[in-house]
Design a protein around this ligand. Sequence first.
Ligand code: NAD
Length: 491
Amino acid sequence: SYDILFIILLSLGFRVIYLTFYLKLIPINIFILDQYSRVAFLCGADEVNQAVKAAKSAFGYWSKMSGMERARIMIDAAHIIENRREEIAEMEVVNNGKSITEARLDVDSARLCIEYYAGLASTLAGQHVQLAGGSFAYTRREPLGVCAGIGAWNYPFQIAAWKSAPALACGNSMVFKPSPVTPVTAVLLAEIYAKAGAPEGLFNVVQGGQETGSLLCHHPDVAKVSFTGSVPTGQKIMEMASKGIKPVTLELGGKSPLIIFEDSDVENAVKGALMANFLSQGQVCSNGTRVFVQKDILPEFVDEVVKRTRAISIGDPLLESTRMGALVSRLHLDKVLFHVQQAKAEGAKVLCGGEPFVPSDPKLRGGYYMSPCVLGDCTDDMTCVKEEIFGPVMSVLSFETEEEALRRANDTTLGLAAGVFTRDVKRAHRVVEHLKAGSCFINNYNVTPVEVPFGGFKMSGIGRENGQVTIEFYSQMKTVFVEMGDVDSLF
Ligand code: NAD
C-alpha cells in the first residue's frame, strides 16, 4: 500500500520535488516549486479530516493495548531505523542540506528517543490514596487522544520522533505536519511505524504550510498540539489551541548566552563555542549565539575560535569530510547574510566568514552555502545580539564580572538554553542557578541526550520534550474516588 515517488531536481538553485505518497488510503501530493520552496499543493480540509479520522480510529485500538504491547512495536520501529540509518540520513541531507555526519546523529537521536519511550510505556501508573472509613481513591494516567505534531525544518526526522515517541508511548495517536521546506523524512517515519506493526493511521503525515497547520490546531478531534518552530508562530498556535482549551507543547526560538570565564579550559571553551554556533549550519534553536568572554582571555579565545572557524570544511553535505552543508533555502540564506551586513553597519567587526560560499564542484554552484561567521566588538544593543539569526553567525561580547555577565545574559525575552565554561565548580552551579533558561550546560554545549528534559523558559516555550517528565505532557490524570461506606448525604 506504499507508493513513494521522489523526483528531486536541483538546477540553478531551484528545487523541484514531486512526491506522491499513499499512506493508509490518504493520498498526499506535494509539489514544491522554486527557490523559495513554496508548496503548490497542500493538504486541505479533506486530507486533514481523513488523517484525523484515521488517527482517531487507530487511537481506539492503540490506547487499549498494554504498555508492553505498545513498547514491542516501538522497539521494532527503532530496529528498523537502526537498519535503515544510512538511507534515512542520506534522505535527511537531501531534505535539509545538513552534513551526512550530523544527519546520522539525528537519526540516532530519533531511534534512541523511540527506544527510551518504549521503555517508559509500561511504567505509566497512578497513585493509590487511602481515605477515611476504608474508602480510597486512585489516579489513572490516561492518553489524550489524537495529538497534532507540527515541526520545524532544522531537524525534520528527529523532531517527528521526539514528538511521536512520547505520544505513542502514552497511548495517543498522532497527525504530524512537517515543515513544507523539509517534507520528506517524516513520511519515512510513518512508513517505519507501519512496518513495525503500528495500527493503520496511528502516525499520519499531512503536508502543507500554515493553512494545513491551522486546520489541525482547530480540528475538534485533535486533543493536543505539540509545536516546534518560531515564537510568532508559537503565539498563533497557542491562540488557536485556546479556542478548544487544548494543551500545547511549544518548543520555540532562542538567543542563548554562553559565558566563558577566564579560568576555563580554553581549548574546551573554544570547542564548546563552535558546537554552540555551527551545528546544522547554525540553524539550531538552542544555539549559544551570544558568547560572553571574560576580558582577560578574550584575545586568546577569539584567535582560536577564528582559526578553527576558518578551517570548517563547507560543501557537498554528502561527503564524509564536510562539516557544514547548505542552509535550508535561498530565502533563509539571504536573511542570514543580511544580518551580517546589518551587524557590520551597527559597528560589529566581521572576524571571519559571513559571505556566500561557492564550492569548487560545479554541481553545487547555486547551492545555499555561506562561510561561518564570527562577529567581534559586539554590544548588547546590536540586532545581531538581540535577534535570533538562525544561521552560522557567532557574536562575541566581552565582560568583566560574574554579576555583569549574568545580568546581560538574562536580558532577553527568550530563555531556551544557556552555557557556562569555568573550572570553578561552585561558580558553575551558582551561575546556572541564576540563568533564566530551560536547558543549561556546564563545560559543554548542545548535548541533548533523550533521557534529559529539553525546553524553554520565558518566550522560548511551554512544556518539555524528552526525559520522564514529557509523559505528563502527553497524558492526563483521572482521579477515581471509591466509597466503601454509605453516602453521607446533606440532603
Ligand atoms: P516556523 O514557525 O516558521 O514554522 C514551524 C512550523 O509551523 C512549520 O511546519 C510551519 O508550516 C508551521 N506553521 C507556520 N504557521 C503556522 C500557523 N499559522 N498555524 C499552524 N502551523 C503553522 O518555524 P521554522 O522557520 O520552520 O523553524 C525555525 C524556528 O523554529 C526558529 O525560531 C527555531 O528557534 C525554532 N525551533 C525551535 C526548536 C526547539 O526545540 N525549541 C527546535 C527547532 C526549531
